[in-house]
Design a protein around this ligand. Structure first.
Ligand SMILES: [Zn+2]
Length: 427
């Protein structure tokens, strides 16, 4: 019998509104949402707090925390060269340390689940298992048209799936061909078959830059979206990250095929990729969720931060009324969960017991409308408690499953070794 947790006296997001309610969590799900008094093994008093479904970081490469600020303020090709050369030195133990750092950061900023695509994924999975967070994990496959590399990548992806299938109830697996320009046609076709065989979602980068669209067009005569659709990549539950450069017809196609888009506004701005047509996607019925991308191109893993950027960019592009705060809040919560087929992101009986408690602090005062406060006024210091799978991972700002101090030292020494040969500012 699992312990029960009750979150009481808080202003809870139920449906589209904040209402005073008590929430009972049992066996990893929400058991009751009620006005009556609740008893539980542990009771969190959320008086003067907002209680929301936890945030979902729908596209990241969490171990890239170790590359954060390693190279800044240079042209894209120079940035990529440094990032790749540091990554080439990363071993599984580095990925494990980088993942722990990123997970601790996400827990502290209200994230209950993230979707990750990288290499040495055993390191990420171990960090997820130990920390108590929830995740969707896939080995990122790249073959650059080489048959030898393709076979090696497919072996890696399959052995990761077989190793972790059913091992941890908080880990969902995915099939992750990196993108239509770094994967051969064969690799994409086999990825689609793999998704069908294992019944897993597909997570892939799509139309991130204008260069990518040009390369795919030159290679195939089609846009990235048309090409992937033709190869059957959209026949499954697919999450397409970025989707910055889409035509109106491609947006309609994604909506028709039920493809979710992981919008990564900060990364798109920082790498100069462009601004995705999110307002149009929402209007056409595309399920848009939010991602930070890796910390090297963000530099934080804060979904709260992405919410504000996502809203502001559409207001800047079109008009202040182009996108509503409630839509953006859903992108950060329930849309991420549903994109990957998880029954979470809502405070409703039967949904996953993944919650965040935000303090009604300076930045939320006065509290006219909590939806506006969370989307437009958050810094991150408002995050007080975090619950995943019915377990309290952070209480009153203190992590329960991770040692923050030793994590800082571990990550600092891992990054020093990785950055040998690169100039590092004196601090
Ligand atoms: Zn990415």
């Amino acid at each position: 019998m699992q312990d029960t947790v009750a979150v009481v006296n808080g202003l809870c997001l139920v449906g589209n509104e904040f209402v005073k309610a008590n929430v009972l969590l049992e066996n990893g799900v929400i058991k009751e949402v009620t006005k009556r008094e609740l008893k539980a093994d542990e009771v969190l008093d959320a008086r003067k707090c907002l209680v929301l479904p936890g945030f979902f970081n729908s596209h990241t490469h969490v171990a890239m925390t170790l590359l954060r600020c390693a190279v800044e303020d240079v042209p894209l090709m120079e940035w990529l060269k440094t990032v790749w050369s540091i990554e080439s030195k990363m071993k599984e133990k580095d990925v494990y340390v980088g993942a722990k750092l990123g997970i601790a950061e996400m827990i502290k900023s209200g994230v209950t689940c993230f979707s990750d695509q990288y290499f040495h994924m055993d390191g990420v999975a171990r960090a997820v298992e130990e920390s108590g967070i929830r995740a969707v994990l896939g080995y990122g496959m790249i073959d650059m048209e080489s048959e030898e590399k393709r076979e090696k990548e497919l072996r890696e992806a399959e052995s990761f799936i077989n190793e972790w299938n059913g091992r941890c109830n908080r880990i969902t697996l995915s099939v992750d061909p990196h993108s239509p320009y770094t994967c051969s046609k064969d690799l994409l076709l086999i990825s689609a078959r793999m998704a069908e065989e294992y019944g897993l979602p597909v997570h892939i980068h799509v139309a991130e830059t204008q260069d990518e669209v040009r390369i795919v067009r030159e290679k195939t005569g089609k846009t990235p979206v048309e090409y992937l659709d033709e190869l059957g990549i959209f026949n499954y539950r697919t999450v397409a990250a970025h989707c910055v450069w889409l035509s109106d017809d491609e947006i309609k196609l994604l909506a028709r095929r039920g493809v979710s888009v992981a919008h990564c506004p900060v990364s798109n701005l920082k790498l100069g990729s462009g601004i995705a047509k999110v307002a149009e996607m929402v209007k056409e019925g595309v399920n848009v969720c939010l991602g930070t991308d890796g910390a090297a191109s963000n530099n934080s893993l804060s979904v709260l931060g992405e919410m504000k950027f996502a809203a502001l960019l559409q207001k800047f592009r079109l008009s202040p009324a182009a996108i509503k705060a409630l839509d953006v809040l859903k992108m950060a919560t329930e849309n991420g969960y549903s994109a990957y087929g998880l029954r979470g992101g809502k405070i409703e009986v039967g949904y996953l017991a993944d919650l965040v408690v935000l303090k009604k602090s300076l930045s939320y005062t006065p509290l006219y409308n909590p939806v506006y406060s969370v989307v437009y006024s958050s810094y991150g210091f408002e995050v007080r408690d975090l619950i995943v799978d019915g377990k309290i991972l952070m209480n009153d700002g203190k992590l329960r499953t991770m040692d923050e101090e030793s994590l800082l030292d571990e990550a600092e020494s891992a990054s020093l070794r990785l950055q040998e040969g690169f100039s590092r500012p004196k601090v």
